[in-house]
Write a protein that binds this ligand. Structure first.
Ligand code: TYM
Length: 354
């Protein structure tokens, strides 16, 4: 089956609605048809100042939420990035292929660095996208790549190797960098990686903040009122939706430019209900924002309540959760080790022999 890989940072005590609609829902769907690798990227989470106890807790809460959303550890390989050391190793090699100017153009780095004051940002934050490229490329070895030390080809391309990375719109540039690095490595050292493609959902690629509907819904939002957390109780969730910023009009109509708030709510409704935006506009014509928001709140709480309950249950047995992750890391580690064997050989490192 074709591969997919994606990752999410354990930087909060809950994922949010943007993560769910932009990426995580696709993770669950894709495991039906793909050989899926999903990782909680704790190495990425230390690129900004962090508290060790919080990181440990959030890594487990993240994994539990993914399981609760339906990531099935028997079908998908679910693991924690730091448990597979090849991620950091490949990142080093790729960082030596990345131009300083090229890395400087990453918009997410520029945004995050600007927030902290450029000189306060860590070098790890700067090279963050290169580590992300390593996450992806470890699991996208070109099947025709030579076996280390032999120059012999391990197989021909079968067309099965389409390699997708399910993410929201904000990750597009990082996946582009990954493609460039794969191409550059292949060109310099011989075909080794399949160039991955971003898999971005059409309607829900950028969910915006409920209080500031022209900005992305984000963990670092200025007000918690703008974010719907997956693990939030239904009461506050409902309140946030009822208080979501709209406009002085009354029409439930999609108009990104003049009605950013309503348009965002329509996008969320459509993604959760499966109804088209046109159907929703017709249904709520003349009924004002109140009924629309009330129905939307029901949809959101109906989606997240069972996920919250399952997550809490999974967190009750930390040992069982850690075992699932250890099993995933063992499986991911086998693939990663094989890829790194080829990479080390290609780059010219002398092997230890067997
Ligand atoms: P992260 O942890 O910020 O977000 C996880 C996923 O959620 C998506 N997302 C959104 N989608 C729609 N609307 C939003 N408001 C919204 N906010 C977040 C993100 O696009 C992402 O898909 N760099 C990555 C983590 C990463 C990764 C990887 C992803 C590390 N290695 C390898 C893919 C492949 C990140 O910070 O995502």
């Amino acid at each position: 089956a074709p591969r997919v890989l994606s990752g999410i940072q354990p930087t909060a005590d809950s994922f949010h609605l943007g993560n769910y609609l932009g990426a995580l829902r696709q993770w669950v769907a894709l495991q039906e048809t793909h050989d899926a690798f999903y990782c909680v990227v704790d190495l990425h989470a230390i690129t900004v100042e962090h508290d060790p106890a919080a990181l440990r807790r959030r890594t487990r809460v993240s994994a539990a939420q993914l399981l609760a959303m339906g990531v099935d550890p028997d079908r998908s390989t679910l693991f924690v990035q730091s448990q597979v050391p090849e991620h950091a190793e490949l990142a080093w090699v790729l960082s030596c292929l990345t131009g300083f100017g090229e890395a400087s153009r990453m918009t997410q780095f520029k945004d995050k660095a600007a927030k902290q004051g450029a000189s306060a940002a860590s070098v790890g934050l700067f090279t963050y996208p290169i580590l992300q490229a390593a996450d992806i490329l470890l699991y996208s070895p070109e099947p025709g790549a030579a076996k280390p030390g032999t120059g012999e080809r391990t197989g021909e391309r079968t067309g099965e190797q389409a390699f997708h990375v399910p993410v929201g719109e904000d990750q597009r540039q990082h996946v582009e960098l990954t493609r460039d690095l794969a191409g550059r490595f292949n060109h310099r050292f011989g075909t080794t990686f399949v160039e991955p493609e971003a898999y971005i959902p059409r309607g829900a690629a950028k969910i915006t903040d409920l209080q500031d509907p022209t900005s992305k819904m984000s963990k670092s939002a200025s007000s918690p009122q703008g974010i719907i957390d997956v693990l939030e109780e239904p009461g506050p969730m409902r309140k946030k939706i009822m208080r979501a910023v709209t406009d002085t009009g009354t029409e439930v109509r999609f108009d990104e430019e003049n009605k950013a708030g309503v348009s965002n709510l329509l996008r969320i409704h459509s993604a959760l209900s499966g109804d088209t935006v046109a159907d929703l506009e017709a249904r709520y014509a003349g009924s004002g924002y109140g009924q629309f928001k009330k129905d939307l709140a029901e949809l959101v709480t109906g989606t997240f309540t069972p996920i919250r309950e399952r997550t809490l249950k999974l967190l009750d047995d930390e040992d069982a959760l850690d075992r699932i992750l250890a099993h995933g890391a063992a499986r991911a580690g086998e693939v990663a080790a094989r890829t790194m064997d080829v990479v080390r050989d290609r780059v010219g490192f002398v092997g230890r022999g067997r």
